[in-house]
Design a protein around this ligand. Sequence first.
Ligand code: ADP
Length: 390
Amino acid sequence: MTTEPLIGVINAGSSSIKFSIYEGERQIFAGQVDGIGVHPSAKAIGPNGEAISPPDLTTKPPSVPSETLPAIMQWVRGRLGERPLAALGHRVVHGGLHHSRPARVTPELLAELEALVPLAPLHEPHNLAPIKMAMTLNPELPQVACFDTAFHRTASEVEQAFALPYSFYEEGIRRYGFHGLSYEYIASVLPETAPDIANGRVVVAHLGNGCSACALRNRVSIATTMGFTALDGLPMGTRCGELDAGVVLHLIQQKGMSAAGLVDLLYRRSGMLGLSGISSDFRELLASDEPRARFAIDVFSYRVAGHIGSLAAALGGLDGIVFTAGVGENAAPVRAAICRACGWLGLELDEAANRAHRERISAAGSRVAAFVIKTDENLMIARHARALLA
Ligand code: ADP
């Protein structure tokens, strides 16, 4: 019997770290540590989703996510016994201009990625720290960096350009786009899940805490709503999405806001949380009777539908829409509002199929098809790491 190599996947944020182990396409262990720096708490699941004892963080409570790596690696060794990890794959938010696919980690690559930190200061350092920690702990273990920007490197120069002086474009101030691992996963399953639209013009709406949408032609990204940073495009849980740059100037010039104050406002206090004054979580907003909860959802649905129209224009028409991530996979009323607003594009919703969270939610005969597909960024990372090893 041949056994598949075991691949570890790490997805590190500012105060949390998610980890999983794959054997081929199958996740056999997974877990996460949240609240790092405040009250770290770990949990883990086994092959059938059952709760299992997580890594032990009590001997040395971590103050940053990368400090959990020694305990996680020890826990992995305990779980896998004799079988070693073949590679560790990491989600890295920014790969810059030159990475259109994942890359094997070397000291040279790390130096190159360090230079990208100013492009994604809130995310990139947290992604790189566990790579460096794993290099120290186990220098022999191959590591692979998988970039959220890579999938969008196929977008045209016209799509990537801001209408700023051209020298800005040349120095890399351009639209990169993110959530690429999610879109790549969806693109990989379309031929099986939605064969009638897979090679056509499809907009994928990744609606989670972070939200963006991507235009796929023949499963290749040609345009996306996030830009230079993960702040642009659709409204999100706590991020504003598309915003007139003049608002930022006004806040600086008239209200004396600092850069740090703007970061806090635009990344952490805006979006659904800011509009509703209640929560960033759609479950709470959908359950609320407060008019502002309704208002926040209306703004969201209106903007998402508007951006879908814009992406349809980039595609020169539309054959299908795919909803994915936490909100896209679970919030039927939000999907319904977006689909109704896309009626003019030729999308007719099957309301009952939508309420039942079926895979195809467009009505029979709808000119534009609509699907709900669960995304799996970690599996995409595991696939990449396995392929690079081979
Ligand atoms: P992330 O972008 O952090 O990966 P997810 O894709 O897991 O986030 O999406 C998280 C969001 O999905 C939650 O904040 C919540 O708003 C939404 N969500 C999850 N489950 C449901 C549900 N059953 N109904 C409505 N919204 C949901």
